[in-house]
Design a protein around this ligand. Sequence first.
Ligand code: SAH
Length: 369
Amino acid sequence: MTGSDQPRRRQPAEGMDLLTLDLASAEQLVRDLGWPRYHAQQILRWVYRKRVREIGAMTDLSKSQRSRLAAIAWIGRTDTSDILHSEDGTSKFLLRLQDGLIVETVLIPDSGRLTLCLSSQVGCTFDCGFCLTGRMGLKRNLKAHEIVEQVLTVQDHLEPGQRVTNLVLMGMGEPLANLDAVGQAVTCLTNATWGLGFPARRMTLSTAGLAPRLREVAALGVNLAVSLNATTNAQRDALMPAVNRLHPLEDLMAACRDYPLPPRRRLTFEYVLLAGVNDREQDARRLAKLLNGIRCKVNLIPFNEFPGSAFRRPDDTEVLRFQSVLRQAGFDAFIRKSMGRDVLGACGQLGSLPGRPAAVAFTPVGAAT
Ligand code: SAH
C-alpha cells in the first residue's frame, strides 16, 4: 500500500505505540487496564506475528476491549514511500518514518536464500570514504521498533510461500553506535515467545570496527562481521578516518582475537576491494598475516560505485587474484555478489544526498557483467 490508500495515520501524541512493547511492558499495560495477563501475549502476537496495523483487527479481544485500547494506544507502522526493483530480483524499500525521514532496507534473493539487509541509523556516525551513507552524516539513530518495523513491512510484501532466511544489520548506519536500540530490536526479532522468533544464528551484525563494543554482540547471540577494508593504519586512516582514529587497527584486531566466539561459529571479515588502493597482492598477503590464527572467513566486496564516487571497482581478474592469495594462505574467502546495483541497493550505495533523492535509478559502470 502506498500514498493515498493508506488509512489516516494516528499521531504519536495520541498514545502509546504498541510496536515499542516487549513482554514486560505489555504485561504492565494490561495490568493498568485491569485485564488478565494473557492479553499481553495476545496483543504482541497481533503486532509482531500477524502484523496488524489497526487495533480494531485484534479479533480475540472483545469489541469494548479494542476500543478501550485504541483510546490509549496505536500501532506506529511506517508508510512505504517507494519500492525499487532491481533486474537481479533485489528490492530496495524506502520507508517513511514518523518524522518524515526515509530509511532504506534491501531484500536480496540469492541461491535459495532470502536475505534482508536492515538499517540501524538514518545516515551514519562514520565517514568511510567509499560509502554513500557516510556522506549523509548522521541524521539520527533508529529506535528499536523502527528496526523491527523494517522486517514487518518487508514481510507484508513477500509472495505467498516466501520467507526471509537471513537478517543482516549491514544497511545504513553503524549498529554498534546505536547498540541499545539494536539490542532491543534483536531481542524482539529473536524472542520465540512474544517476538518474531527469528533464529539469532541467522542474523549478522556488521561493524566498521568499534573495538570496545564487539563483545556485546556476542551477548546478543548474533554473528559478527567486521569491516576491515585495510591492512595498515595509514590505509585505514585514509579510507575510514573517523573510526580508525577512535580505534586503530591494533586495538580492533586485539578485540577480534579476544572475541568470545561460540563453538562452531566464526567471525566474518569484510574487505571492500578498491582498484589500485587496497587490492594488490601485497595487501592480500598482509591481510592473511593480520588474520592469522583467527577462526574466520573473509567476504571480499568489489567496490560498488555510486554517483560521485571517487573509487573504482577492480577487474574480475584482480578480485580473483586477491581471493586466491587468501585461499592459498588457508582462508575461506568469498566474493560477495553485488546485488541491486542498478537501484543503488548494493553495499555502500544506500542513502540520499541533497538534490539526489534515494529513489534514483542508477546505471553503474559494468552493470551488465
Ligand atoms: N557500518 C557497518 C554496516 C554498513 S556497511 C559497517 O561498516 O560494517 C556494510 C558493508 O558494506 C561494510 O562491510 C562496508 O565496508 C561495505 N561497503 C560500504 N560501502 C561500500 C561500497 N561502495 N562498495 C562495496 N562495499 C561497501
